[in-house]
Design a binder for this molecule. Sequence first.
Ligand SMILES: Nc1ncnc2c1ncn2[C@@H]1O[C@H](COP(=O)(O)OP(=O)(O)O)[C@@H](O)[C@H]1O
Ligand code: SF4
Ligand SMILES: [Mg+2]
Length: 401
Amino acid sequence: MSEKKKSYLTGKEIRAIAKENAKIIKRLEAYKNRKAEEAEFLTQMHDDANILEIDDLHTFFFTEQGVVKAVNGVSYSVPKNAVVGVVGESGCGKSVTSMSVMRLIQGPAGQIVDGSIRFKSHEYKRDAKGEPVKDENGNYEMEDKVYDIAKMPISEIHRIRGKQVAMIFQEPMTSLNPVFTIGQQLDEVTFIHTPGATKEMAKAKSEEMLRLVGIIPENVYNAFPHELSGGMRQRVMIAMALAAEPRLIIADEPTTALDVTIQAQILDLLQDIKNKIDGSILLITHDLGVIAEMADFVVVMYAGKVIEQGTVYEIFQNPMHPYTVGLQKSKPTMTLDDGVELYNIPGNVPNPINMPDHCYFKERCAKCTAKCSGEYPGMIQVSPTHYVACHLYNEEDSNNG
Ligand SMILES: Nc1ncnc2c1ncn2[C@@H]1O[C@H](COP(=O)(O)OP(=O)(O)O)[C@@H](O)[C@H]1O
Ligand code: SF4
Ligand SMILES: [Mg+2]
């Protein structure tokens, strides 16, 4: 008798899952909260041209229903002074990847379970007591270090979070403190990150950053967040991110909560900033139009995995994965005739708790062949910068059958 596939869990199964989850969480929480010598989380970049290397990252949520493999073996890099765009439908793991880089995954349910996040930091040199060191001319000395962020105890994250890596969120109101003025919050960034900063230095820096994002400081420095429009608040958030002079800015759907005209202004601003700062931008969006305008490199994610990546030219001129092709077809364009319906990729992302063993896109793919029921496709290199995970391009597969 064939067993019917059931869509619910019994009480016994739920208890078994909870017990297994608790065991794993306990081990990972202890690892996060451990005391560790710096040597334990120092490492080397695999390619010196990069500032960030995410390598086989696994970030899971241990829920009552089972394990949500939100990020399931993701690897991609951000080169120095480049904009890398990460794109994919909602729920494919874009934000969980970037929150992992910031170590903002909410435990105990959410945990980084495996992989590396190598980040090249440029920071104040410190002595054994943690005090910044000056050179003979009285200037603070700087040094480069490579951290594996995934292996850092949570108590060490202050070394990079907000300073070396800054984040611009979708909803700026949630990240600005309503009881302090914009000036106070901006000044604070300088106080935290610059040794020896005075009130005057901090204010001058804050005003410079406001001007950089197109705001007249006099109008905004003494204002409270609720007195500003959404677009202005997003500009302030960008100013705050810039004030720390980070090497990497993560912008997660930075324009999604804004109306269309303001979106365009903020994108122009990011474009402008990209040329002015000595740093890289990781731009996360479900909008391919934004990527086309801003990015140098593109990473396409689907269901917790990277399925294609390449230069912006490669991804737009020669998209290879059927999912990337589908995303491009579903992108609205100015040339679309009235009445032509926008293409939608049929079907849904599979249930993240029960991912199949084969290609996760199979159930939605019009190109699928017999071998697509086999193992999950490996990443195939098609140019020095272009990679795709799809059986259509596996020569070995086609030679053999
Ligand atoms: N706190 C959480 N608990 C359980 N699942 C979560 C949690 N946060 C995110 N997820 C799941 O992780 C997956 C990836 O989410 P996310 O990275 O936010 O997607 P997006 O690509 O839209 O940014 C989704 O399936 C989402 O439901
Ligand atoms: S591996 Fe097969 S099912 Fe998956 S995207 Fe490629 S052709 Fe489609
Ligand atoms: Mg997201």
